[in-house]
Design a protein around this ligand. Structure first.
Ligand code: UDP
Length: 413
């Protein structure tokens, strides 16, 4: 076993790694391409940055291609994102035309890689229309949806569905998000990499030093939310929660840590709203971190007493898993993928209002033993369900199924 795989065996168990290698045997020689719309910022990039090298390490020829688009394109796809997550908004025909043109240009740019592939995974709506330009495709094409599609705005979904229907299969994170489609639909939850900079163990000195650079006082309680500046993440709601809790815990500090995602044009406006709401309170730290600040986020998650993920819609919420892995019981919005991770009252709390979140935060601050006990359960829950090794096993199984066509019985060596 390589040193790389050996490290994962130490976290997940040797049998888990053995099973992954066994699943790779029928996939030998296969070429796989993943396509998404940003190399950094947000959960999809975070997942691909780990999944792709792991597949390569297992001997599968895997590439990661990123769609190139301009401001108007990302404005359109952010509207898709908002409408698919339930906002009522119509998208102008001119924007849709531009969306299709950008996909057409990218199809030509990526044609050599996509034509030589055996399996193509297309992530989210941004590159969904690529498929239209490969009518004679040899590869199996899979649409991987990472967003909360439980209540999509109908006309937007109908528009995208026309592209998605052409795929050979699709993957959703949760049964609630799955749509009726004319091909097999799979459910695969995302995962975190326990050995990445974002999640590996850090010593106390490093955590202290990271906090010191933002003037965070390690002697006082800290509340944290890590998220892109996106309205569905409800950063203003987080400030509301902090203010309610501060009445009872006056020394409380709040950190909102976010960054930039090149495919998210709304971030700057939301960040400005957050800064305005936080103005005048020196205990609120609104951070805009570079895309590679993984150790900083790791340290903040470890330093936090209370971790919030107060989303009103959430495809999965990797930030929830990341904090749970660090032994934190997360207080999360009762929505989407957060429900898959937070077992209410056991690995954290599910909440629907700022008042509810504040109540739970006060409870945890007053009951430190309970906080520790729930945190330990949270970590175990992640170990059993949301590590990259489980994610890979499901991906590889799906790939074996796709590669062997209609065979109704598969035997592994
Ligand atoms: N993240 C980051 N820097 C930031 C904000 C977020 O690296 O400033 C990471 C975060 O740690 C997580 C991912 O981006 O790994 C966000 O994934 P999630 O599923 O929580 O939300 P998404 O952005 O995909 O909606």
């Amino acid at each position: 076993m390589s040193a790389f795989l050996g490290n994962y065996a130490a976290v997940a168990g040797e049998d888990v790694i053995r099973q992954l290698r066994q699943l790779c045997v029928p996939l030998k020689g296969l070429r796989v391409v993943h396509v998404n719309s940003t190399r950094e910022g947000g959960g999809v990039a975070e997942i691909l940055a780990k999944l792709v090298p792991f597949k390569q390490e297992l001997g599968i020829r895997t590439r990661w291609e990123v769609l190139q688009g301009d401001e108007i394109f990302f404005d359109c796809t952010k509207r898709f994102h908002n409408a698919l997550q339930g906002m009522t908004l119509d998208i102008a025909p001119a924007l849709l035309k531009h969306y299709e043109e950008v996909n057409a240009e990218n199809a030509e740019r990526l044609r050599p890689q996509l034509e030589e592939a055996d399996i193509v995974f297309v992530h989210d709506p941004q590159p969904a229309a690529l498929i239209r330009h490969f009518p004679q495709r040899r590869a199996k094409w899979v649409w991987r949806c990472h967003i909360d599609l439980s209540h999509p705005h109908r006309s937007t979904w109908n528009y995208l569905r026309a592209f998605v229907s052409a795929y050979d299969a699709s993957i959703f994170s949760l049964a609630d998000f799955a749509q009726v489609l004319p091909h097999p639909v799979y459910l695969i939850a995302p995962s975190i990499d326990p050995l990445s900079e974002k999640n590996l163990e850090l010593d106390r000195k490093e955590i202290d030093a990271e906090c010191a650079q933002f003037q965070i006082d390690r002697g006082r309680p800290l509340m944290l939310q890590v998220s892109r500046y996106d309205r569905f993440k409800d950063p203003l709601g987080v400030i509301h929660v902090y203010r309610l809790v501060k009445e009872f815990a006056p020394s409380l500090q709040l950190v909102l840590a976010g960054g930039r995602a090149t495919d998210d044009p709304e971030g700057a406006a939301v960040l400005a709203e957050v800064r305005a709401a936080a103005e005048g309170d020196g205990d609120i730290h609104v951070l805009q971190l570079p895309g590679d600040a993984h150790r900083t986020i790791n340290a903040l998650q470890r330093a936090a007493d209370i971790v919030l993920q107060k989303s009103t819609r959430e495809g999965f919420g990797l930030t929830v898993t990341e904090s749970m892995w660090k032994g934190k019981p997360v207080i999360g919005g009762d929505t989407g993928g957060i429900r898959l991770q937070i077992v209410n009252h056991h690995t954290g709390f599910l909440v629907s209002t700022p008042e509810g979140a504040a109540l739970r935060a006060r409870y945890l601050l007053r009951n430190r033993d309970r906080l520790g006990e729930m945190g330990r359960k949270a970590q175990q829950f992640v170990r059993e369900n949301f590590l990259i090794t489980r994610h890979l096993r499901e991906h590889l199984t799906l790939m074996v199924g796709l590669a062997s066509g209609a065979a109704d019985r598969l035997e592994l060596e």
